[in-house]
Design a protein around this ligand. Sequence first.
Ligand code: GLC
Length: 541
Amino acid sequence: MAASLPSEATANWWRDAAIYQIYVRSFADGDGDGTGDLAGVRAKLPHLVELGVDAIWFTPWYLSPLADGGYDVADYRTIDPAFGSLAEAEKLIAQARELGIRTIVDVVPNHVSDQHAWFRAALAAGPGSPERELFHFRTGRGTDGELPPNDWVSEFGGVPWTRLEDGEWYLHLFATQQPDLNWAHPAVRHEHEDVLRFWFERGVSGVRIDSAALLVKDPALPDFVKGRDPHPFTDRDELHDIYRSWRAIADEYGAVFVGEVWLPDSERFARYLRPDELHTAFNFNFLACPWAAGRLRTAIDGTIAEHASVGAPATWVLCNHDVTRTVTRYGREDTEFDFGAKSFGTPTDLALGTRRARAAALLSLALPGAAYLYQGEELGLPEADIPRDRIQDPMHFRSGGTDPGRDGCRVPLPWSAQAPYAGFGSTAEPWLPQPADWSSYAADRQSADPQSMLSLYREALRLRRTEPGFRVAAGSGAQQMTWLPSAPGVLAFTRTGGLICVANLGAEPVELPGHTDILLTSGPLDGEGRLPQDTTAWLRN
Ligand code: GLC
């Protein structure tokens, strides 16, 4: 019997979903070996149901030597044995779906692992072979080919070329273990279309596309010239044709895409979200924005306008597995996120950062569109200091040891305050060390505390689902929110459904705008019922 067509409301779930990112390695350890796994995720599904999320996005869970935490995929059709098996993944997808939670998987089309069968075959086949045409192999420059073929810089710092014993170099925009694929080759396109179908057939509802703007290179691989258009490897026009063919496949299954598109130019960004391309993309301009009312308002206005131009819903993201945890960043003097500015030992005021992170959570969850949460955000985890001899992230090593890397936001989660390793589940030491005070953030402790970050997120997500003020009027499109007049340093807006959101980033407490009920606040009002600094309120009108 043919499956019945989803109702429009169900089909549009992704337009205002709350999507929870799971970094499997650090979420929950089901078999006690120190590494998170699918059994751990299955055991914690009730946490996600209670939190109230609509979908889970899994960072790569495929077979991988984990040179870049799984973003070095050796085989897309096999689950890494450290995490489980394909049968367990299928069971997890089905079990989550029964609980009302959809699954999004991560596809990494720009590169594969150097252990992928294609790359091994390319190494074995040697220079000039058809196997090497799937990648970017070149001879070097200099009298003896001893210099890299061009002057590009790796996204992780350093030279993005590695030379082999046979004299050829291969391109890797990220780590040495992540050779870039040649997207001009039809087999590369065909294979990825097949991988999409493989996961859609297993019931996943969406795919996150890693490094989505980097796949296509200028075939001549010319030196980089500042300001010259098009860029030799970023945001090239040929990409849109690839995503149009992906979209046709997703449409067959009613599945959706979210692209990792880091592009400051909003017009160029919006091109990826045209109706026959990707459904959504991460909002990194908002994520990187400092905790400052003017900058946030500009980012929000820019977001709404760029998405309206193509009819796509916005996404709102505060953190992920690549960036500094919010409570740490917002407690710093400079609250903007910038990969290039990361350094060891930046001072932070965690109480201040936590207050702001609570306010930012309510601000972002009130905005029209989909919201992404990164595991541990709902627990208010800070960025951890990882002892240098335990750092694993290639970004740290490729920076020559100056960049602390991204491990500080990837520390195994604390689930229960009394259990070993804060209840992560390990009987052996977890793959990354947990800070000494980790158990004070444990989910079981926060669950019992109505003032905790976890209680705030639960209540906010519950209201997002049930409160009529969040409803989107049919056809309201871009007009889903309107700014209200407000004092300097205050962001106040109303949604077409009636919700009012006020965030006070200014130094002085402010009166709440007219309302009938206070639905939720990120912190207490002052003695006169005013909204203090670094506090957000949701009001019903
Ligand atoms: C993306 C991922 C990041 C990874 C990189 C290379 O930016 O989010 O974690 O290191 O791509 O795949």
